[in-house]
Design a protein around this ligand. Sequence first.
Ligand code: HEM
Length: 509
Amino acid sequence: MSLLLVVIVFPVAVVLYVLLENWRLFSKRQQFSKLHGCQPVPKEDPYDIFGIKKVISSTQHLVNKSVLSSSIELFDKHGETYESCILGQRIVMTCNPKNIMRVLVSGFADFDSSTVRVHLFLPITERGIFSVDGPEWKLARNLYRGQFSNTRSITNLEMLEKHTQIFLDQIPTPGNPFDLQEMILRLILDVTTEFAMGDSADSLIATQSSDKKKFVAALLNVKRIMAKNGFLGPVAMLLSNKEYYQSCGEVHHYVEERIRRTLSRNKHLDTSMKIEDSNRHTGYNLLESLTQNSTEILELRDGVITILIAGIDSVTSLLSTTFFLLARNERVFRKLRQEVLDAVGQETPTFDHLKNLTYLRWVFNETMRVYPPVPFNARTANKDTTLPLGGGPDGNSSVFIKKGQRVVFSSWATHRSHNLFGKDAHEFIPERWESLTSESLIGFFPFNAGPRACPGQQYALAEASYIAIRMLQTFPKIKNCDFRPWKEHLGLNLSNENGVFIELDRGFH
Ligand code: HEM
């Protein structure tokens, strides 16, 4: 009898229980869906049940560098919100601004970020802001809130001037085309390492020490592997990531050494001299400031490295794409340079200049509209929830999103929407910013929106403005030296696969 129980009755009971639970969940979801007026969303390919065809086509687009252009074709074909399937996982894709604002702002609590990237971030910043959600994210966010709330006090103009002059001195003379993208990356690396740790990586300096060289190589390697693994998704976990762990270890070691130095310097500071005073002498740096509230090495390490991941490629993308576009738009280049000369002349820019140049702000906005540094992003529902639009034959009904389902949203496609930005939405025309209405502006979110929007936004714009102003003051002429069209490179941030080959001419001021 007891054998019969084990062999037949018990497994049958388990199967019945599982079926019943699934049925209960299904009915609960049906009710929820009905209550919210949800309707089915179009499917990309209803016959690709396991999403194998999707994996093949995505891999082809990745290899052909056509992920972004093909994403627009898919939205054109299936509508602004549709369902796709990758290896059996049902994913909702959207470029509808109201749906995106629901995910980022009004429905913020229903969606998590870390699930889509924790496997990438754990080895480098275990408890950093990108690896966590919920209360842990709030703690991590608070760490930065105080820092980034006053852009003026954290923007160290002397430090920016020092690195920008080193950079300007190294720009080759006319007749020698060079890759601006590569040089801007080095400049932003130097600026951001000094901003984050009070010690620049000196990557633009010929006498860069060997430990700094090793650190820069490791940091760039970490980012390269993170981007690659990001596209492989969970499959990346199955691969040997020995190289990744080794580079993470080298970055940790270098940053920890700077943390220990800062902590020991603080200990030996005259007790009457506070850290704020010391910052006032040497200029702001994030690490020094964070040590006012924490002396825990791992917390400080995550805090600093997060900024090295978030703040380098993003600003490099903005600045180098801006000059990519300026080199192809002489009219805009001349108008922008004139604005700089009228407002700043050949003086050293002040913080007020960085904030008050309207045309420069339009040029940056337009650059990030057409080439957003973060062209798409994703969230996972942490409970059953809805998106307001995309369901039903006319797309005007809500869409049911079940717990665990992923929503991928595309700023690349939204920023290029004809409905929001007109028929010429694919073109770079800074003047359009003069008359954009709030209806269009909801579809512009290069820094995301809501509680998890980029905390470094104002700082990034101040830093990029400083460098752009100095470049425009120095070079009256810019020449495009590469006539191939822009080609996507999806790293941690968007860049041009072919670099930005130009010539800059000091000419006559
Ligand atoms: C043009 C430059 C930049 C752009 C376009 C940009 C864009 C973004 C975007 C879209 C996010 C949201 C990512 C997500 O939720 O998945 C983000 C997050 C973040 N950014 Fe930026 N960023 C830029 C520069 C910076 C800089 C310079 C810093 C710091 C110095 C910074 C620090 C951060 C941090 C800490 C987060 C995480 C916020 C959180 O999860 O709560 N960013 N950024």
